[in-house]
Design a protein around this ligand. Structure first.
Ligand SMILES: [Fe+2]
Ligand SMILES: [Fe+2]
Length: 264
C-alpha cells in the first residue's frame, strides 16, 4: 500500500503546507495523515482545511481546532495563540467548521499497530516533552490500544523519537533516540514519534516546514524539513490581524494574573 506522509500542526500556514505537499508528491507519497492543529495562528485556516479535504487526508482534531470550534477554551494558550485563535474563530467558513467538527480525537491504522494522537494519549493539550511523560502515556497507550507499536503525536512541534521498552506499567523504560533523518524500528519495542510541525512561524532556529514519511512495510521512518515562503506567510498574518500587539499582550497578561488571584 505504500508509505504514509505524516504531518501535524499546520496552523493555517498555507505556504508551509503547499511546500510539504509538493515534497510528498515529489516522493510519490499518496497516503496522508494529519495529527491536528490544522488552524490557529496564521491567516489561511480555511484554505489549509480545504487542501487537506481535497486530498482525502485522514486527520484528527488538535486543541487549536477544538478552540476554533468553541469546544475548548483558551486558558492553556499563550497570549499570541489566544489572540490569533479569536481572529480565526471570527472568520472560519461553515465547511471548515463542519469538517473540523467531524474529526476524531484519535485514529488507529495498520490493524491497530499505529495510533495517531495530538497531545497526550488522553489529553489533547498535554505536551509530551520528557521521557517521564512519554512513560506515563505509554502505560495509557497499552490500556487503550493494546496492539499499538507506534504512536504518532504532535502539539509540541519538535521532531522526536522516544523508544519504549518493558511490558508492565512499573517497568516501562523510555529513552529519547538522538535525532536521525532515517530510523529503523525494532520489532520488540514501541515508539512515540513526533513528525515536527508544518508551521514554523513561531520557530526562531529555522523556518522549515517539517513532516515525516512512515514506511510500515520496512519498519522505517524518515524526517524531512523543507523551505517555504515564510516571509509572505508572516506578512499576511500581520496584515489580516493574526498577530497580537504589545497593548493587547499586556492586557491578556493582566487578565491572566487577575484570574489567578481570583481563583486562589
Ligand atoms: Fe500546534
Ligand atoms: Fe496543539
Amino acid at each position: 500500500m505504500g508509505p504514509y506522509g505524516v504531518i501535524a500542526d499546520i496552523h493555517g500556514n498555507r505556504e508551509a503546507l503547499t511546500a510539504v505537499l509538493a515534497a510528498l508528491d515529489a516522493r510519490g507519497v499518496r497516503r496522508l495523515v494529519c495529527l491536528g492543529d490544522v488552524i490557529g495562528y496564521n491567516a489561511d485556516p480555511d484554505e489549509c482545511a480545504a487542501m487537506l479535504r481535497s486530498r482525502g487526508v485522514l486527520a484528527i482534531a488538535g486543541n487549536h481546532d477544538l478552540i476554533g470550534l468553541g469546544r475548548l477554551d483558551t486558558r492553556r494558550c499563550s497570549n499570541n495563540a489566544r489572540y490569533a485563535l479569536q481572529r480565526t474563530r471570527r472568520t472560519l467558513q461553515r465547511e471548515t467548521r463542519a469538517w473540523l467538527a467531524s474529526l476524531p480525537a484519535r485514529l488507529v491504522l495498520e490493524d491497530g499497530a499505529v495510533v495517531l494522537v495530538h497531545g497526550g494519549v488522553r489529553d489533547v493539550q498535554q505536551y509530551m516533552v520528557s521521557t517521564a511523560l512519554v512513560a506515563h502515556n505509554a502505560a495509557l497507550l497499552r490500556e487503550d490500544f493494546p496492539g499499538a507499536r507506534l504512536c504518532f503525536f504532535g502539539h509540541s512541534h519538535e521532531q522526536k523519537i522516544y523508544e519504549v521498552d518493558g511490558e508492565v506499567t512499573d517497568e516501562i523504560r523510555v529513552q529519547e533516540i538522538p535525532f536521525q533523518e532515517k530510523f529503523a524500528f525494532r520489532r520488540d519495542r514501541a515508539y512515540f514519534v513526533n513528525p515536527g510541525s508544518v508551521d514554523a512561524a513561531r520557530k526562531s532556529r529555522h523556518k522549515l516546514a517539517q513532516f515525516a514519511i512512515l514506511d510500515p512495510g520496512a519498519d522505517a521512518i524518515e524526517f524531512h524539513g523543507v523551505r517555504y515562503d515564510a516571509a509572505s506567510s508572516e506578512v499576511k498574518a500581520r496584515v489580516f490581524g493574526y498577530r497580537i500587539g504589545p497593548w493587547t499582550d499586556r492586557l491578556y497578561s493582566w487578565q491572566r494574573r487577575l484570574q489567578r488571584v481570583l481563583h486562589t
